[in-house]
Ligand binder design. Structure first.
Ligand SMILES: [Zn+2]
Length: 98
């Protein structure tokens, strides 16, 4: 997940930038224990990042809770075959262009 840098955050005098980059992985539980602990330490010390983590967390929760009213149906086999051949053709074109 890519997150926009909040306005006014650049040049903040701690290692916020490093922490922000890890925040979405942290919220997804993708960090190893040591890195997660480092993020947690920073969040306790930095109210600005904590507020940011909080809003990011809310966004993640909202995305998870969101269920489209109309679920996309799986493609039928002929459409899938057509897509695959178009994709393979595109790949072949790209290889030829190199
Ligand atoms: Zn910070």
């Amino acid at each position: 997940m890519t997150v926009e840098w909040p306005a006014g955050m650049s040049g903040y005098p701690c290692n916020c930038e490093k922490m922000m980059a890890r925040l979405s992985d942290y919220l997804d539980g993708d960090l190893d224990a040591e890195t997660a602990a480092e993020v947690e330490r920073h969040l306790r010390a930095c109210s600005q990042c904590l507020a940011y983590a909080d809003s990011l967390h809310r966004i993640v929760e909202l995305c998870r809770a969101y269920e489209p009213a109309v679920k996309p149906r799986p493609l039928n086999p002929s459409a899938r075959a057509e897509l695959r051949s178009a994709w393979q053709k595109a790949l072949a074109d790209r290889r030829r262009a190199k």
